[in-house]
Design a protein around this ligand. Sequence first.
Ligand code: PLP
Length: 406
Amino acid sequence: MNDFISKNTYFTRSSGDLIMQINAEANKQKSEGKKVINGSIGMLFDDDSSLASFSVVDEYLKKNIKEDSKKYDSIIGNNRFQEAIISWLFHNNDLKDRYCDVIGTMGATGALAVINKCFINNDEAIILPSIRWGNYDSIAYENNNKVMIYNLFKDGVFDIDSLKEQVNESCLIYKRAVVLINDPCQNPSGYSLSNEEWDEILSFLKMKSKEYPIVLVDDIAYLNFYRNSYRDVFQKLIDASSDRLLVAICFSSSKTLQIYGLRGGALIVLTSSKEVHEDILGVTRIYCRSTWSSPNHLATNVMGELFLNESTRNAILKELAYYRDLLYKRAEIFIQEAKEIDLNTCPYKGGFFVFIEVDNNIIVAERLMKKGLFIVPMSGGLRISIASIPTNEISGIAKLIKEAIY
Ligand code: PLP
């Protein structure tokens, strides 16, 4: 590292994120006329290979781009946006006496950055799953945090014991714990926790929080692509939140509204304590002001207007239902073919990805790239973005992968 680079940064000589690199190579080869199947990127494409888009979103953007993008939004987002996020997520829930702070961020990535900076002391750790989105690590390291890992699956089921062990360990070392769950439709496994699994996790964290302050992070980036209602889980999270157990939810409008480039998102924090709530607003306002200053006003207003208006809200729900079904259809084809040739996939419960645990995943991914299939080696396996592959190109992928594992 040369003398110009601050020692406080997370320095690596790689050119950034592997997912972005593989996606760029796939697009380059495609533009050169090569036949490519691009299952690398977490963006949703229609069966005609165009990027999914929602007409009410497009209409809003066209009409309001000038007005919205000229004015600053307030530091953590305007009131209407905050009300809209609460309404979109919790309209069927009872918030009881909880404080529910909504902080407008640059995507769910921004929400994770706020958490890593504002809720974790330097050199303390965030507890992450063993199979995970790689950017969690970069965000932690960039904020001078460490990473502790719980095993995601044991014998094909969520390894709650491992999560408990890591929380216990963190409490022993740091006298507090910040643990992240990416649910529903986990990236990259496609797993979603059952209500019973949530009950067990929350009762453990509630018990633990009597002794130590605990932050539970739920990254819900793929929430709206889950077949089941999340209402009960949200209620459990609201009920579990207290003055000792902070629930921090990361929301992404990139995925929900198909506006990846607009960088909209929110951090939603639940607590029963007025003092904690006031401190959270204080610290997050300073963080946001000193990094991106205020959220993208066009993004906060798209959410604010479309989530609160009944007819646009219903239009979005209808579009989401269509794409959700499309994803399940693609997953079904892949999983069925994988089963027939004994290629083990992680238990898929929804979302953009299916995942296969594979030794030598980097070598296997390189072999596949040479055959025109671009998927991502990560977390000891291969992630296939079924979101970015048209349905008629899914059949045959399992066989290609199986043949590349030797
Ligand atoms: N969380 C997960 C699990 C993701 O896969 C992603 C994006 O791929 C994000 C968060 C961040 O999304 P964004 O910052 O675009 O909202």
